[in-house]
Write a protein that binds this ligand. Structure first.
Ligand SMILES: Cc1cc2nc3c(=O)[nH]c(=O)nc-3n(C[C@H](O)[C@H](O)[C@H](O)COP(=O)(O)OP(=O)(O)OC[C@H]3O[C@@H](n4cnc5c(N)ncnc54)[C@H](O)[C@@H]3O)c2cc1C
Length: 327
């Protein structure tokens, strides 16, 4: 098995996430559940909506928002390191490379990599997120499957806010959310803004910062000016559209997609990580059961995974109005 990651290192940055539902059973069968439980954090529980002067308006009603009591909140870096540590010794992890072209001739898949090397594989599984490049050669362009949800999300590191206090404040003005999320010994800012789909360069950090800075231009309430200063200074600033991927099928021949690449439910679902975990585990189990018959295995994977994906994707609309009210 060869794993290919575009980044030059394991990507551990990002917001804490929840492991819930089917993913808990998958984590148990993979043997990583005890380690996930040991590293549990409680960030969302400390969420409070604040007024412009910083005083508390309301507590985040976590119990009402969550429709499953089994969720385990964990820092993304801890989950990534736990999964990486569980890789079998036979797995070959290639960092700093990416799929450039694929050719499936029915007996195997010839993969050409951006680095220039080529290799033939029995199966290719694209697990490369919302903007998957593995999806393109086998299934066509992203625009055929993307459903933009009218929001953009941005994350920025906030070294000055680490450990300042235990609450995680969320400040809203119509169409905008600015918030501070603290966990363990770090803190980061999360922004959401309502916007139609923008035509921007995904690799141009300054252009992405400008979109966010312009969206909050003139806002001097609460801690917005300090948060925007942190955005200006952050070399790891992260910005993306909030959208879902809807595909009629997640496999074609010897190429399959899992996780956000196949069925991104968007961050508002709170289920993307769990769907990515079960979406990776089910095909592996089905390939074992089908004795390597990938056609049967990929069909069974879709049958098991799709109901949970549809539930997660359909749950998103209400969350947007709660977290980023439009009025
Ligand atoms: C702010 C925010 C908050 C969220 N909160 C939650 C939450 O509370 N609960 C939850 O369950 N989910 C949450 N999510 C969603 C969750 O992060 C995703 O659904 C989940 O990470 C999807 O996993 P994935 O492995 O499919 O894709 P990703 O996590 O996007 O991983 C894709 C990997 O592929 C690599 N890659 C990308 N392109 C290539 C390429 N061309 N070649 C090789 N490698 C490549 C990337 O570097 C990355 O390591 C949140 C998302 C955001 C942005």
């Amino acid at each position: 098995m060869t794993l290919v990651e575009r980044a030059a290192h394991l990507r551990v940055a990002g917001a804490p996430i929840d492991v819930r539902g089917d993913a808990i059973g998958c984590a148990e069968r993979t043997g990583v559940l005890p380690r996930i439980r040991e590293q549990r954090i409680r960030m969302a529980e400390h969420g409070v909506f604040v007024h412009a002067d910083g005083s508390v308006a309301a507590r985040l009603p976590v119990e009402e928002m969550s429709d499953s009591g089994d969720a385990i909140e964990i820092a993304r870096e801890d989950l990534v390191r736990t999964l990486a540590a569980a890789l079998p010794a036979s797995a070959d992890l290639v960092l700093g490379d990416s799929v450039d072209a694929l050719a499936d001739d029915g007996d195997g898949v010839d993969v050409h990599f951006v680095s220039g090397r080529s290799e033939r594989f029995d199966l290719v599984v694209g697990a490369d997120g919302l903007h998957s490049v593995t999806r393109r050669p086998a299934f066509g362009p992203e625009r055929d499957y993307l459903r933009h949800l009218g929001l953009y999300v941005a994350l920025t590191d906030l070294p000055a806010e680490a450990r300042a206090d235990r609450t995680n404040p969320l400040y809203n003005c119509p169409g905008h959310l600015a918030s501070i999320a603290r966990y363990k010994d770090g803190a980061f800012g999360v922004f959401l803004v309502r916007s139609g789909l923008l035509d921007h360069d995904h690799r141009d950090l300054d252009a992405q910062k400008k979109i966010l800075l312009d969206a909050f231009a003139g806002h001097t309430e609460w801690k917005i000016p300090q948060l925007l200063d942190a955005v200006r200074a952050d070399p790891e600033f992260c910005f993306d559209s909030v959208g879902q991927i809807h595909m009629p099928t997640w496999s074609r021949g010897r190429v399959a997609l899992v996780g956000d690449a196949a069925h991104c439910a968007a961050l508002l679902s709170g289920r993307g990580t769990s769907l990515a975990l079960s979406g990776a585990h089910f095909p592996a189990e089905e390939l074992d059961d089908a004795g390597g018959d990938h056609t049967m295995a990929f069909e069974r994977y879709e049958r098991r995974q799709r109901p949970y994906v549809e539930f997660a994707q359909n749950s998103v609309t209400d969350g947007g109005e709660l977290i980023v009210p439009s009025t």
